[in-house]
Unconditional design. Structure first.
Length: 107
């Protein structure tokens, strides 16, 4: 005897429901695991001007250029010395010494 089959509409509805559940799950997973977009300065996103600025090129000729011998050695800053470590040493206790007159004094 043949088994009765489920109607085609029920099969489509079940597969559609499973697909929607997986779609929602993977969309939420993508949202929670994706990185935030980088904040880029809007000035960097502006398109470049393809026209050559000849005025800027002419201003370059008037700038000061240094020869190799004109440059002074760069200022070097020495590295900071390590911080000294203070070690607590036991203090010496003053000892009393007897003087000729019989009095005690401390050195």
């Amino acid at each position: 005897m043949k088994k009765p089959r489920a109607p085609r509409l029920v099969t489509v509805a079940i597969f559609t429901t499973i697909t929607i559940i997986f779609w929602v799950f993977f969309s939420l997973y993508k949202v929670f695991t994706s990185l935030e977009p980088a904040n880029i300065d809007p000035k960097l996103l502006e398109p470049l001007n393809p026209i050559l600025d000849t005025d800027a090129l002419n201003r370059l000729e008037g700038r000061v250029f240094f020869q190799e011998g004109d440059v002074v050695a760069p200022l070097t800053v020495p590295a900071p010395s390590p911080t000294p470590i203070i070690v607590a040493e036991p203090l010496e206790t003053p000892t009393e010494t007897a003087t000729d007159e019989g009095e005690f004094s401390t050195p």
